[in-house]
Design a binder for this molecule. Structure first.
Ligand code: NAD
Ligand code: USQ
Length: 387
């Protein structure tokens, strides 16, 4: 299949582009490289030394003999996107290309606006490009479990059947996003659902949980293919951050009481979920929603697991319960369904001691690159980032 991976220079996108190419798909990598620029403006960097995108693509060709089409540009620029669609003629579009950090979106007004314009306009442009240039194309869009928030009832996969005043309907599951970034994902979902209804497009919204890990088979082929691994207070996510903190002897940064529970998955499962979603496309007019995570953990559980794994490797690690910079529930009910991808054949890599060891060893290998000043959170949901 011809698959266009938008955001293909990023953490999930790069791993997915290589994995899909390895499975025999014809892959186009599209990215504006804006994420590298955002890192530079904040003074943060990935733990791993990532090569420039052109070099990455050349090395993939040298190692595997496979060509990846590369399109460098911004999907909020419709002329650019249209030209890519005309040239590449995708049968599936996998859309990772957004500003994806909740703290980044809460830094200030400018970043909140940037996040929502970038994400909502980019996705709208894709919907128009599909309608006008390849209406059969299947859109696989990365949403987030955070669209649902933390309701005191079970979380279904996208829709819930409700009985109200004697009548019954199946409706989109209520949204309670936790940051301006998460709000942009809810708006995307509404726009995609609407476009499916009125134009008959086919789309799958993958409400992904927090991704952890770094190694996939393909990114491990060569040092130049190495994936990014964020640990800073803006782009770093919970488990990845904890492993890197442990590697440099920094106390683990649990926000508040640590009872915040989220869905998590290994990056090796992210790439497989995308493969499964494109293998069985949504029907025309259909807006499918899958919850893409494999296990639920509280932040405190993760910190305790990392602490234990670190101790067996001879690292001494404390846990710090910091004042929570976010506004979120710290003890709550959380029970989300995730059977749809399992039904399609996903065989999860559950979080194991072996994975924690490998992630800790990876972090130790690159720990000289860690800037300890970037570890503590600097963005408050109430006050933004201190100037
Ligand atoms: P990332 O920041 O590593 O990658 C995103 C890529 O998209 C970057 O390379 C960036 O340059 C590109 N991009 C952004 N805006 C663009 C635009 N307008 N035009 C072209 N390219 C653009 O992020 P990631 O961690 O790989 O996340 C990818 C997607 O998965 C996001 O949509 C995110 O919301 C979703 N997601 C990520 C996680 C996670 O834990 N990383 C969890 C759930 C959902
Ligand atoms: N947390 C800590 N300590 C840390 C970092 C985070 O306690 O050092 C807590 C946060 O307060 C939050 C939870 O861990 O309760 C998750 O935070 P995170 O930074 O790991 O992830 P989040 O901000 O939710 O965002 C990430 C990705 C985003 C994706 C989302 C999936 O950056 O793109 O949408 O995970 S989900 O969380 O399911 O919405």
């Amino acid at each position: 299949m011809k698959v266009l991976v938008i955001g293909g220079d990023g953490y999930c996108g790069w791993a997915t582009a290589l994995y899909l190419a390895k499975q025999g798909h014809e892959v186009g990598v599209l990215d504006s490289l804006i994420r590298r620029h955002w890192d530079l403006t904040l003074g943060v960097d990935t733990l791993t030394p990532i090569a420039p995108i052109h070099k990455r693509v050349e090395r993939w060709k040298a190692v595997t003999g496979q060509h990846l089409d590369l399109f460098v540009g911004d999907i909020t620029n419709y002329e650019f996107l249209e030209a890519v669609f005309r040239q590449f003629e995708p049968q599936a579009v996998v859309h990772f290309g957004e500003q994806r950090s909740a703290p980044f979106s809460m830094i200030d007004r400018e970043r909140a606006v940037l996040t929502q314009v970038n994400n909502v306009v980019g996705t709208l442009n894709i919907l128009y490009a599909i309608r006008d240039l390849c209406p059969e194309c299947h859109l696989v869009k990365l949403g987030t479990m955070g669209e649902y928030g933390t309701p005191n009832i079970d979380i279904e996969e996208g829709y819930i059947t409700i009985e109200h005043n004697g009548r019954k309907d199946t409706l989109p599951y209520p949204k309670q996003p936790g940051s301006f970034y998460h709000v942009s994902k809810c708006q995307d979902s509404l726009n995609i659902h609407f476009a499916c209804r009125i134009w008959g497009l086919r789309a799958t919204d993958l409400n992904q949980g927090v991704v952890y890990g770094v190694l996939t088979e393909e990114t491990g082929f060569d040092e130049i293919l190495i994936n990014r691994l964020d640990y800073d207070g803006v782009f770093g996510t919970a488990l990845n951050r904890f492993c890197i903190q442990a590697a440099v002897g920094h106390p683990l940064t649990v926000y508040g009481k640590g009872g915040q529970t989220r869905g998590f998955l290994d990056i090796r499962d992210t790439v497989r979920c995308i493969e499964l979603a494109i293998a069985t496309p949504a029907e025309p007019g259909k807006f499918r929603v899958f919850n893409q995570f494999t296990e639920l953990f509280s932040v405190e559980d993760l910190a305790l697991m990392v602490q234990k794994a670190s101790q067996t490797m001879g690292l001494k690690v404390d846990i710090n319960y910091l004042d929570n910079p976010r506004v979120e529930l710290e003890q709550h009910y959380f029970n989300a369904k995730n059977t749809k991808l399992l039904d399609l054949g996903l065989q999860p890599h559950y979080l194991s001691d072996a994975l924690l060891d490998s992630l800790l060893n990876f972090a130790i290998k690159y720990r000289d690159r860690v800037d300890a000043n970037q570890i503590l959170p600097k963005v408050s949901w109430k006050r933004g980032m201190a100037k």
